[in-house]
Design a protein around this ligand. Structure first.
Ligand code: PLP
Length: 348
């Protein structure tokens, strides 16, 4: 069966990373490539970024870190956002990974298993996700300061909303918690970079902006998703389309069955709300999204298309996210394994 084609523009990825680096001012921009580079393929994405000068990468798990190490070779710094979990020691040591320790228990584990090996620290400054909170930090800070951690970082909960007072509160908490430490500091992901220089510190951690999504509105689009049409049906008035018969033709209709569904990351939440682009014309999705297919009403289209565009310049990832009631992050990381991924890079 013909497969959907996920076209990934590596030049746009590099341009977005460079732009976020410029916006980071004197801070050094790392690159967040967790979750298989937000679903786009960690090996080609990370290689393109390293070639463009990225020297610090963030992933979540030790397994992701080890895979990234084998793509990038030595020299590059790889930091683990899940810290040092039980069972990770061999990978951390073997692949030379830097865990960002997020609890007193992780600090104890790392010290016990790999004494003298580099690590960073994650602080919780109000998000109540990962990180050592102010209470535990008081006792730990002097000991850790003496060991010169590779990075001391925290994460903002509301950085995509510049007006949110939580940003300034977290900034002030981060300053207080790190005032006595001489390590490099990092607070900003994509949203934090856009909040301005107060948030930049020494290292920034852009992720989603590299991949062309909000909140980095100036970013270049990175992804095109083109899907093949399997079949075109003529549906008479009164006949229903798809599971549950939720959409009923009001007029004689032409329906294109498209070869991708929720198993490919086209969320079922698009049912009744989604649309696709066909040669510049918007056509509505009709009926429920199935696991492997979805239906598009092409009654008003003057042709029988062979391919439709789900994501592209006229309908970017964020537009599809809006239709599905979610965020670009979820659309990107939900893409299934069945697409043929093609990578565009200048000179190739
Ligand atoms: C995912 C993540 C990032 C990247 O965030 P974006 O919003 O994608 O830029 C940075 N830091 C941490 C701790 C993260 O979990």
């Amino acid at each position: 069966m013909a497969r959907g084609i996920l076209d990934i523009d590596l030049d746009a990825i590099v341009a977005n990373w460079r732009a976020l680096g410029r916006l980071s001012g004197s801070a050094r921009a790392g690159a967040v490539v967790k979750a298989n580079a937000y679903g786009l393929g960690v090996a080609p994405v990370a290689r393109a970024l390293a070639k463009a000068g990225a020297r610090l990468f963030f992933v979540v798990s030790a397994e992701e870190g080890a895979e990234l190490r084998s793509c990038l070779g030595p020299e590059i710094e790889i930091m683990l956002l899940s810290g040092h979990m039980s069972g990770d020691t061999d990978l951390i040591s073997g692949a030379d990974l830097i865990p960002l320790l997020s609890s007193p228990g992780q600090v104890a584990r790392h010290r016990g298993a790999l004494p003298g090996r580099r690590y960073g620290i994650q602080l919780d400054t109000g998000m109540n996700r990962l990180g050592i909170g102010p209470g535990d930090w008081q006792g730990l800070a002097p000991v850790i300061a003496a060991e010169h951690p590779a990075l001391v970082m925290s994460h903002l909960a509301c950085a995509d909303d510049a007006e949110n007072p939580g940003n300034a509160a977290q900034l002030s908490c981060f300053r207080k918690m790190t005032g006595e430490i001489s390590a490099e500091r990092s607070l900003a992901a994509t949203g934090g970079i856009l909040l301005g220089p107060d948030y930049h510190f020494d290292v920034t951690r852009p992720g989603i902006g590299i991949y062309g999504c909000r909140p980095f509105a100036e970013g270049r689009p990175v992804v095109r998703l083109t899907l093949p049409v399997i079949q075109i049906r003529h549906v008479p008035p009164g006949q229903a389309v798809g599971y549950g018969g939720t959409w009923v033709a009001g007029v004689p209709s032409r329906i294109a069955l498209v070869a991708a569904g929720y198993a490919d990351g086209l969320l079922r939440a698009l049912t009744g709300r989604g649309s696709v682009m066909i040669n510049g014309q918007r056509c509505p999705m009709v009926g429920r999204v199935s696991m492997d297919s979805l239906a598009v009403d092409i009654t008003n289209l003057g042709e029988d298309p062979e391919m439709i565009c789900m994501i592209g310049d006229e309908q970017p990832v964020d537009a599809v996210a809006d239709m599905a009631g979610t965020i670009g992050y979820e659309i990107l990381t939900s893409f299934g394994a069945r697409y043929e991924k093609t990578y565009r890079e200048a000179g190739e």
